[in-house]
Design a protein around this ligand. Structure first.
Ligand code: FAD
Length: 470
């Protein structure tokens, strides 16, 4: 589409071509009726299919899920491993390959689906800053671009992905300085960091470890502090992961429990102890649970979900979202050598003293104040899904127009079972859908490929045949 202010039209526009948007389009292409369908896929990055997670060229950044569970197509579980075997027959379902290869795979899957489909796909490069209902126009919505282009659409799917973290408390003028990197995914800024001084990373999860690996990829010399409230570190996968359990009902030991976090927690602990006694691995308990966590989350009342977020989620996350074995060993090596120090505590102040930044931390174990002198601070405290605080133009416009609304726990956006966005008044917007990590509000487990691929297929099917999808 040319960069002018003229209007174009499509039946369906998907905004965002990361994993979620691309896979929704792949499924629409695969299942489109022979009469054809006109789709537009809009992306502001140079390449489609990669999004935040898979646009990297750095092969040191590995998938944290074994290849056997990374097929993009729920109805073709061997799809990714078959793709890998074309590259090298030695790859297998237990391989942990790079995220760059996975990005190649997603691009390939889109091209393959487009070639085989009767639907017409238009790939559009650009950034959308508004989606407005257009009751008097030729279609239901007008999609507006930053550069003034407009696109009419009967239906719009928002697949906008992750938003950078909020600045952590306490508020500080320091956040305006060059010694602070607010966006942890800005690898160009990380690469430019002063190499001599220690670095403080706020957070200790996957984003923090990505930043750590990135900034130590050129030089091993500098000291890095990983600072988080509890100082927990994510566990690693086994070198020979078991194939994921598929199908089957909820495990026997969980059926009939009261809908409380405590009841689930006790049952899971008991089951873990039993497994360990039999010489099995705790990871199998978590793996077995995975297909059922969405259902459990939906059954929990809001106050129990809130209890989970406050007390259990940090522990759940480090057991559930594990590192690839090689990434885990790399981190362990850095920690044991003293290059990386994990600090449990709360940041109380940031202060610039000449070329140094002093980060004051109240330590969790003894309450004492510790001062760290560092060159740079990187904010890796996790994506911000609190739409009330986001200053992203498209989100602000949708929020102000009352087309989207936040869930009570501020995990994401409210949608109904058809992925239609709920507006300010709680009613579902016709033809306006959402897919991506903010489905967490409804499903909790919605940020990784094994869940998002299922959502992408369901969303595509229900758009093609609304009455058949449920
Ligand atoms: C660093 C990282 C590593 C991960 N590793 C794994 C893993 O190993 N295994 C696993 O199962 N899961 C992993 N995940 C989780 C999962 O795969 C991602 O969360 C998933 O990629 C989400 O895809 P998405 O399309 O919803 O979001 P994104 O990937 O963020 O894509 C959103 C896209 O929308 C575009 N966009 C946003 N707004 C606009 C706009 N206004 N106009 C135009 N374009 C726009 C963005 O440029 C982006 O390309 C990882 C996630 C991250 C962040």
């Amino acid at each position: 589409m040319p960069a002018s202010s003229h209007s174009d039209s499509a039946e369906l526009v998907v905004v965002g071509a990361g994993f979620s948007g691309t896979l929704t389009v792949v499924n629409l292409l695969r299942h489109a009726p022979p009469t054809g369908l006109r789709l537009s896929l809009v992306e502001r990055r140079s390449r489609l299919g990669r999004g935040l997670a898979y646009h990297t060229w750095d092969d040191n950044l590995l998938l944290n899920v074994p290849a056997g569970n990374m097929s993009a197509l729920p109805d073709d579980p061997g799809h990714f491993v078959a793709y890998l075997r074309n590259i090298d027959p030695a790859f297998n379902a237990g391989s942990f390959v790079s995220r760059r290869i996975y990005g190649d795979y997603l691009e390939h899957s889109l091209a393959q689906a487009q070639q085989a489909s009767s639907a017409v796909l238009q790939r559009i490069s650009g950034e959308v800053n508004a989606v407005r209902p257009d009751p008097r126009g030729p279609s239901a919505y007008v999609v507006e671009f930053v550069d003034g282009r407009r696109l009419h659409a009967d239906q719009v799917i928002l697949a906008l992905g992750h938003f950078p973290p909020r600045n952590p408390p306490p508020h500080s003028d320091f956040f305006a300085s060059d010694a602070y990197i607010a966006d942890p995914w800005n690898f160009a800024a990380i690469d430019r960091m002063d190499s001599g001084r220690p670095i403080a990373i706020l957070g200790a999860g996957h984003t923090a470890v990505d930043a750590l690996f990135r900034l130590t990829s050129h030089s091993d010399a500098r000291k890095v502090y990983l600072i988080s409230r509890r100082g927990l570190l994510t566990h690693g996968h086994r070198f020979t992961p078991k194939a994921p359990t598929s199908g089957g009902g909820i495990p026997e030991y969980l059926s009939g429990l009261p809908n409380t976090i405590l009841a689930y927690l006790r049952a899971i602990r008991r089951e873990t102890r039993r497994k360990l006694k039999d010489g099995d691995d705790w990871r199998d308990v978590i793996n077995e649970l995975r297909p059922h966590t969405q259902g459990i989350w939906q059954r929990l009342p809001v106050h129990e979900r809130s209890k989970f977020l406050r007390r259990v989620a940090p522990y759940w996350d480090i057991h559930r979202h594990r590192f690839a074995p090689a990434a885990f060993l790399r981190l362990e090596h850095m920690r044991l050598s003293g290059q990386v120090e994990v600090i449990a505590g709360q940041v109380r102040a940031f202060e610039q003293r000449g070329p140094e930044t002093v980060v004051s931390i109240k330590q969790r174990h003894d309450g004492a104040l510790r001062e760290l002198s560092v060159g740079t601070v990187v904010n890796c405290t996790g994506p911000n899904y609190d739409i009330a605080t986001l200053a992203i133009p498209l989100i602000v416009q949708l929020r102000d127009a009352g087309l989207i609304r936040q869930d009570p726990l501020k995990l994401g956006l409210e949608v109904n079972e058809r992925y239609q966005l709920l507006g300010r008044d709680g009613s579902a917007a016709r033809g306006l859908f959402y897919i991506g990590p903010m489905l967490k509000a409804r499903y909790w487990e919605a940020i990784a490929v094994p869940e998002l691929r299922a959502h992408a297929l369901r969303l595509a099917l229900q758009i093609l045949a609304p009455s058949l999808a449920e």
